[in-house]
Structures are given as structure tokens and as C-alpha cells.
Design a protein around this ligand. Sequence first.
Ligand SMILES: Nc1ncnc2c1ncn2[C@@H]1O[C@H](COP(=O)(O)OP(=O)(O)OP(=O)(O)O)[C@@H](O)[C@H]1O
Ligand SMILES: [Mg+2]
Length: 199
Amino acid sequence: MDKKSLRQAMRQARRALKPDVQAERALSLASQLKQQLDIQRSQRLALYLANDGELDLTPTLKYFWEQGKELYLPVLHPLAHNRLLFVHYHPKTAMQKNQYGIWEPKWTGKNAVPTWTLDHVLLPLVAFDRQGGRLGMGGGYYDRSFAFLRQKGRMPGPKLIGIAHDFQEVERLDLEPWDIPLHAIATNNGYHLSKTLNC
Ligand SMILES: Nc1ncnc2c1ncn2[C@@H]1O[C@H](COP(=O)(O)OP(=O)(O)OP(=O)(O)O)[C@@H](O)[C@H]1O
Ligand SMILES: [Mg+2]
């Protein structure tokens, strides 16, 4: 299946999930993530607010707050083309809708951190494979923002943990040279370390 049809099919399937099913899956995901020692040790974690039927991180987010972690959300970069900024998020953060109608924290010029200082990034997937391959919504936002992870002798950087419903798994994705692989994938049903990246 080509990328466009795969995106359409997966997005349609996840949007069709009923709210009670989504809520149950969100709880299962949170319990998967809570069990990961590596994530338990994380200080700076980025995640997302679910949109378009994406697996919901709300229970996970609340748990991390209780654990005293610093949480960040992606914000469309006001200057750099199709890139993300990671802005601090706490219960009182002022929010606004971006051009896609997705809620994001207001960037004040002071509340973003350099992307390489994040410990883990939980990012939404449209489809994935067990090799760490990731298909996103097609804007190249995450690929551009984490392109530095591909450089040799690079700065330290976050581990990328893809989040998806279990049915979004495919046997093998055809990756492009710019696609950034995932360290692991968490679903409502399991946690899979990438077969190509050493965690
Ligand atoms: N590092 C990069 N530099 C320049 N262009 C890039 C880079 N990464 C991706 N792109 C461009 O972004 C476009 C979309 O990429 P792709 O189809 O991989 O999106 P995606 O991974 O689904 O999106 P996202 O990362 O937002 O989830 C491609 O046309 C590609 O040329
Ligand atoms: Mg990509």
C-alpha cells in the first residue's frame, strides 16, 4: 500500500474508535509506560495532546505530573519552516489553537527548551513497524526537528518513543533517507524496543 492510502486507512480506523474504547486504551497505555524503568528515570519528557483519534496520553500526563517530571508539548515553530519547539506544560499554562486546530501552549519566548535537552519524546504515529520505522501525518515536522539525531558525533539527544494503537502496526514501512527511526513503540497493548536502534 502506498503512503497516502496507508495514512488514510489508519487515520480512518483510529477516528472510528468510540470514546469509551479510547479511554480504556489510554489507561492501558499509561500502565505500559509506567512500567518502563528508562522512562521512570526521565526528567524532561515531551508528549502530545491527542487529535484525529490518536492514542490519548491524558492519564499518562497526569501520572508524570504527580511524579514531578517536567513536561513539554510541541508547538509549531513561528519562524523555522515545519519544525517544532518544545514548550513547558503545567496545569496553568495558557493554551491556544494552532493552524491545525490543535491546542498548544503559548510560546512566551522563554518557556521552550533546546530540543536536544529532552530525555524522552512521546510522539504520535500514523503507522509503525517493529524495526522502529515511523509514518507520521506527512508534514515532516518530527523528522526535521530531530534530524540532528542522525549526525555522527552528535550532541546527546532524546529517545523517541512512538505511540500508536496496536492496529497501526504494519510488517515493514518503506523509509525515506530523512525519516528518523524510533527507539521504541508503546501501544495500548505492549512496549516494543526498536530492532534497529540499541536502547
Ligand atoms: N530533515 C529534513 N529536511 C528537509 N526536509 C525534510 C526533512 N525531513 C522531512 N522533510 C520533508 O518533509 C516531507 C514530509 O516527510 P514525511 O513524509 O516523512 O512526513 P512524516 O514523517 O509523516 O511527518 P511528521 O514527521 O510530521 O510526522 C517530505 O517531503 C520531506 O522532504
Ligand atoms: Mg517521516
